[in-house]
Design a binder for this molecule. Structure first.
Ligand code: DGL
Length: 265
C-alpha cells in the first residue's frame, strides 16, 4: 500500500451506553494500530425502549459529535440503533463508511438448521423490519424464540456483569423457556456480550452463544482496507472515551473495557 493511501484519522464507535464497549474491545484486538473515539450515550440509555424517531434523532446527534472529531468511519455498536437509524445515518453522512450490527442469527441457524434458537435483543430490534427480513432470509426451519431483556440492559449500564445479581437477572429473563431444549443463544444486543461467560456458566457448556462483534469488526477492517483507509501498521493505536452522562461514566467505561477479555473471550 502506498503512503498516500493511509488514513490516520480516528474511527468513531457509539452505542446507547456501555454495550458498545464490547465492540470497541474487539476492534482494539483486531486493529491495534487504529485510534478509536467511543461515545456512550448513557444519558439517553436505554435506546431499546424508545420510538424509532427518537432513536434516529439521538443517533444523529451522536454522529454529528463524532464527525466533529474528523472520524474516517463510524461503527454503530448497537443493534437497536442500527435497526432504527442506519439507513438515515448512511444517507446523511454519506461521506464516510457507516457500519452497523445485526443479531448473529445466520451463523446460529447454519450450525443448528432445525434447532431452537433464542435471540436476546431489545424490543426495538425484535420489532423492526430489519429483524423480520433477517428471519425470513435465514431462519426457515429453525424455531426462533425472541427474548427482549430490558432489565439486563439496565444492569450492564451499571457495569454489573459477573456477580450473583447478574446470574439472578439472567435466570429471571429465561423464566418460561425450557433451557434444556435450547441449542443456541444469539446475543442481539451489545450490552449482553458482557454477559457471555455468565450465560454460559448458567446454562452449561453445550449451549452455543453467538454475537455479532467479530463479524462487524471484520467488516470494518475489510471496508477500510478496500478503500485504502487503514492506518500505518506501525502506528500506535489509542482510545478516547466519551459519555453523555458524566465523568464517572468515563471511568466505568474504562473498567468495562479492561474486563473485556476476561468476561467475553
Ligand atoms: N446495546 C444496544 C443494542 O445493541 C441497546 C441497548 C439499549 O439501549 O436498549 O441493541
Amino acid at each position: 500500500m502506498s503512503l498516500s493511501m493511509l488514513d490516520n484519522r480516528p474511527i468513531g464507535i457509539f452505542d446507547s451506553g456501555m454495550g458498545g464497549i464490547s465492540v470497541l474491545g474487539e476492534a482494539i484486538r483486531q486493529m491495534p494500530n487504529e485510534k478509536f473515539i467511543y461515545y456512550g450515550d448513557s444519558a439517553n440509555a436505554p435506546y431499546g425502549e424508545k420510538t424509532t424517531a427518537q432513536i434516529i434523532d439521538l443517533s444523529d446527534r451522536v454522529c454529528e459529535k463524532l464527525i466533529a472529531y474528523d472520524v474516517k468511519a463510524i461503527v454503530i455498536a448497537c443493534n437497536t440503533a442500527t435497526s432504527a437509524a442506519a439507513e438515515y445515518l448512511r444517507e446523511k453522512f454519506a461521506q464516510i463508511p457507516i457500519l452497523g450490527m445485526e443479531p448473529a442469527l445466520k451463523p446460529a441457524v447454519q450450525e443448528h438448521p432445525h434447532g431452537t434458537i433464542v435471540v436476546m435483543a431489545t424490543e426495538v430490534t425484535l420489532r423492526e423490519k430489519k429483524f423480520a427480513a433477517l428471519m425470513q432470509r435465514t431462519a426457515a426451519q429453525a424455531k426462533v424464540i425472541k427474548l427482549p431483556c430490558p432489565s439486563l440492559v439496565r444492569m450492564v449500564e451499571r457495569s454489573v456483569v459477573t456477580s450473583p445479581e447478574a446470574e439472578l437477572e439472567i435466570t429471571n429473563c429465561f423464566q418460561g423457556i425450557d433451557t434444556d431444549s435450547v441449542n443456541a443463544v444469539v446475543l442481539g444486543c451489545t450490552h449482553f456480550v458482557f454477559l457471555r461467560k455468565a450465560i454460559r456458566t448458567l446454562f452449561g457448556g453445550s449451549l452455543q452463544i453467538y454475537d455479532g462483534n467479530a463479524g462487524t469488526i471484520n467488516n470494518l477492517k475489510m471496508t477500510l482496507e478496500q478503500k485504502g483507509m487503514l492506518t500505518h501498521s506501525e502506528n500506535e493505536g489509542g482510545v478516547t472515551l466519551l459519555n453523555s452522562k458524566n465523568d464517572a461514566y468515563n471511568l466505568q467505561m474504562q473498567q468495562l473495557l479492561d474486563l473485556y477479555e476476561q468476561v467475553v473471550i
